[in-house]
Every structure is written in C-alpha cells, then in structure tokens.
Design a protein around this ligand. Structure first.
Ligand code: ADP
Length: 490
C-alpha cells in the first residue's frame, strides 16, 4: 500500500469547510514507525473551538428536526463511503499509528459495522407508551436530542473511536464537535471529508484538531455543549467530569483499565496463551481493554509462564502485515512505559522478557518496545494498579479460584475481565462476581461489537455504556408526552 497523501497541513472541519487554526499555528505529527514527520496539523485553541461550536449550534435546528429515518439514511451514505474508501482509511490510520495495514483495515470494518448499526437506529429510536391511573389518559416517551455533543477521543484505534461516538450522537439528532486525537489527526480529517462528500450537511459534524488542554478543555467548558463523551485516561476523564459536571452537562466516560485475565488449572493452556498474547500485545497494548494482569493458578503457573515467554519471544514487532504488533503512538508514551517498567524493577519485580526499547537498525528510529512480561510485582505496586498503554503485562500466582477472583477485583479499575476454564461453574461464578463492565469466558479481555454495551465500573467510567442501543441514552433525552381525551367530544 502506498503512503497516503496528506494535505500540507491537516485542517479543522468547521461548518462544512476545511479551515486552518485561526492563529495559523501547527504542530508536527510524527510517524510512530519511523520517527519522521508525517504531516503538520492545525493547532487549535479556544477561538477555533468556539467557531466549531457556533457552526454546530447553527446546524442543530435543521438536523434535529430532520426525521430520524432521513438522518439514518445520510449516516448510511457516510458508512458506504467509508466502505468505498476502506483502503485509503486503512493506509492513513496505519501511517499515523504504526499499526499494520491489515489491522487498520479490520478496524475500519468495525467502524462500518458501527455505522450500519447506528444508521439503522434511524428507523427505530423507540420510546414506550404507558397507561395512566386516570381514565382517558395515556403517555408516550419520545427521544429528543440534547443539542451540541462534544466528542473527545484517544488515538489508539482511530477510525473505530470516531465511529463509536459520531454515529450515535448524530442519529439521535445532535450536532457535534469532535476533538480529534492529536496522535491520529489525519483519520479524523479524512472521515470529515468523506462525511461531507456523502451528504452530511455543513455544521452537523465539526472536527477540531489540537492538543487536549488547548482544544479539548474549551469544548468541555463551553456552556453550549450539552453532552460530552470522552474516551481516554482516568485522569483526564475526572477533570472533564468535574468541569462539565459543574454546569450539569451530561458526561459519558470510557476510561482506563487494568484488566485481569485468569488462567485456571483446568484451562486449555495453549489457547489461553494465545489470548493472553493478543490481549496484552495487540495494538502494542494500546487498548483500554488490554489484558495487563494475568492471574494464573499455582498448579499450572510455571508451565504457563514458560509457554508465554517462549511464544512472546517469537512475536514479530513492526509495522507490516506479517508483524504481530507495531510501535506505540509517540516517543513520550514509549518513555513513560519504559520508565514504569524500570520503577517496577526497582520495586522488586522481575522482567521475564522484554522491558526495553527495540534499538536494532530496523526499529531504532520508531517508537518500538519489546513485548514485556513481568512477574513478582506486588498487587498494589504501581505497575499493578496503573494503566500503561504499552506492550507490558504482569503475571500473578494464586493458589485457587477464590484468590484469583479476589486478585482480579483488587484494582482501582473495572473495565473488562476474562477467565480461562473448562468449568461452567467457575466461569459463571467469575462472571457474576468480577467487578467489570465486560466479563469474558475463554477468549480475550478486548473485542466488542457495535450492538454490545461497553464501559466499566470503578475508575473505568461513570456508568454509561456505548455503543449498543445504550448509546442512545447518552445522546438523547426522554420526553414523556401525556395525552388526555374526552370520549364525550367524539
Ligand atoms: P491518551 O493518552 O490515550 O491520548 P488522554 O486522556 O491523554 O489519553 O487523551 C485522550 C483525549 O483527550 C485526547 O484527544 C486528548 O487531546 C484529550 N485531552 C487531554 N487532556 C484534555 C483536557 N484537559 N481536556 C479535554 N480533553 C483533553
């Protein structure tokens, strides 16, 4: 696949037009695979955000009064455009994240599935009818849009992250300002271009490029933004909840995870190892649903550890389709993960494999880290309780099921959790008692589908679920319409 063509400066999309930041500032976006400049990007600040919100406000009356069916049809046209340009999107997402073309293409499939599902909601958006205690009276609930939605996303799976928020926000009749992830500006820009060409009216989706504190924070603070949906770190999510909460805006937070994967003594170890490697290392571990705490029964611990080490050492790291995973998103992220591993080492943990940057000639200029497995980290050590967003996982030895469950729940986070066992009793007891928004049996800690509600408990979120039809609850208000009639007037 050829390197995609980027515009000289990746612009914002405001009111249907590509625009530079008002101050003309830019920042450099580097290729994670080579460390070289990939493109320059509009560095937006509050004036640009205000302009985008203004455009969204202006577009809101017409879009919200459009029938949901028509909105769904337009979103289906956008979805078809994504399908027609799947190779372009995959090439752009691959170039700016360093993931392989095939991985980016698979992620585009997920975005298309999301688009189809949410476009279909245009023909549903169901409410309910209810009876009344009073004769000749009944009520019906209808969904109403909130207004302007502020959507803030991370860079890890760029096109899926965009689809996950934009489609439900728009089908519900909101207009939106999307703050693109600074690590994945071009995918967002290209999405805006496709959406515009596919017939999305100007101002319905505005896209602002830039850094969080400069371009994200003004969106959160603006009283005209009625709902904020955020995917990113718990630290930033808490800040957003605080600011938006003070003006009573609705907030949906999909935050970090430190997701446990339990391997019982009756597990099939080979497939369990396959799922550990995928959960821990695919996308270079840059998933909120990454498997970063592998909790293994004592009876199979040594055998499973050796199997994991052996298979991890065979993983291929690079940007190609034959590689197992690529670089992390930027140098700062790589340094942060390396530093966390170093601190774990100093605190007494052992690095079984990896733990270092890949500095051979094929990797030295990119942001590559060797797949890393750690053991002997204490359950309350920093490495056990903080999300890393890198290819690092920790092993923990436990005697039995109850200790495995206790350890799984011994976390500030509660996003996803997984158990490998042949026992239906263990599986069901685990899914019932594990503190997580998603509980998986005999697979990985990651992987969601458009019609499934995703989100976490504890520090992994604030209780909302997206996507699924549950996302409609994030992006709409219910109005209860009460009707009375008088049979004497028939
Ligand atoms: P990650 O490290 O995965 O990018 P972050 O939570 O740092 O996670 O960032 C996720 C998104 O939130 C990005 O688009 C980023 O620009 C944005 N962001 C960061 N800080 C803020 C902030 N203070 N207010 C609003 N958005 C922010």
């Amino acid at each position: 696949m050829n390197q995609p063509d980027f515009p000289e400066v990746i612009p914002n999309w405001i009111d249907g037009c590509e625009v530079k930041s008002s101050a003309g500032e830019t920042f450099d976006k580097l290729s994670p695979a080579t460390g070289k400049e990939l493109c320059r990007v509009a560095r937006s600040r509050s004036a640009d955000v205000a302009q985008a919100i203004e455009a969204a406000m202006k577009a809101f009356p017409a879009w919200s009064l459009q029938t949901p069916v028509v909105r769904g049809e337009i979103l289906m046209a956008v979805t078809r455009a994504i399908g027609q340009h799947q190779n372009d999107i995959a090439a752009i997402a691959a170039a700016e994240t360093g993931m392989s073309f095939n991985a980016a293409s698979a992620e585009t499939d997920a975005a298309i599935a999301q688009g189809k599902f949410m476009a279909g909601e245009g023909r549903r958006l169901y409410g309910r009818t209810t009876t009344s205690a009073v004769p000749n009276k009944w009520a019906m609930t209808v969904r109403e849009p909130l207004g302007v939605a502020g959507l803030i996303i991370a860079a890890n799976t760029p096109i899926a992250n965009i689809a996950w928020k934009v489609f439900p926000a728009l089908v519900c009749g909101n207009t939106a300002v999307l703050k693109a992830a600074e690590g994945a500006p071009a995918t967002a820009w290209f999405f805006g271009k496709l959406a515009r060409a596919a017939g999305l009216p100007p101002g319905v989706l505005n896209i602002v490029q830039g850094f969080g504190p400069e371009a994200g924070a003004p969106l959160v603070a603006d009283p005209r933004v009625a709902v904020l949906s955020f995917t990113g770190s718990t630290t930033v999510g808490r800040e957003i909840a605080r600011t938006a909460g003070s003006r009573l805006a609705r907030v949906s937070l999909e935050l970090g995870g430190k997701n446990p994967l339990v391997v019982c003594d009756d597990a099939d170890l080979d497939p369990a190892a396959t799922w550990v490697l995928r959960s821990a290392f695919s996308n270079a571990g840059q998933r909120c649903a990454a498997g970063s705490r592998i909790i293994v029964f004592d009876a199979v611990y040594d055998r499973f550890r050796d199997l994991l080490i052996e298979r991890t050492r065979r993983l291929k790291v690079g940007p190609g389709n034959d590689d197992d995973f690529g670089p992390v998103i930027n140098a700062g992220q790589l340094d942060a993960v390396l530093a966390a591993v170093e601190r774990a080492r100093q605190a007494g943990a052992s690095v079984l494999t990896g733990g270092h940057r890949l500095d051979d000639p094929a990797h030295a200029s990119g942001f590559y880290m060797a797949p890393t497995i750690i053991e002997h980290a204490s359950p309350d050590a920093e490495i056990s309780v903080s999300e890393l967003f890198g290819p690092v996982t920790c092993l923990y030895r436990v005697p039995d099921f109850s200790e495995a469950l206790r350890r799984a729940n011994q976390s500030p986070y509660g996003l996803t959790a997984c158990i490998h066992t042949r026992s239906v009793h263990r599986a069901l007891e685990f899914t019932r008692r594990v503190q997580a928004g998603v509980a998986v049996v005999n697979a990985g800690t990651f992987g969601s589908e458009p019609h499934w509600p995703f989100g976490g408990v504890k520090f992994s979120g604030n209780g909302t679920r997206e996507p699924g039809t549950e996302a409609l609850d994030v992006y709409s208000n219910l109005k209860n319409i009460i009707l009375t009639f008088d049979p004497n007037h028939v």
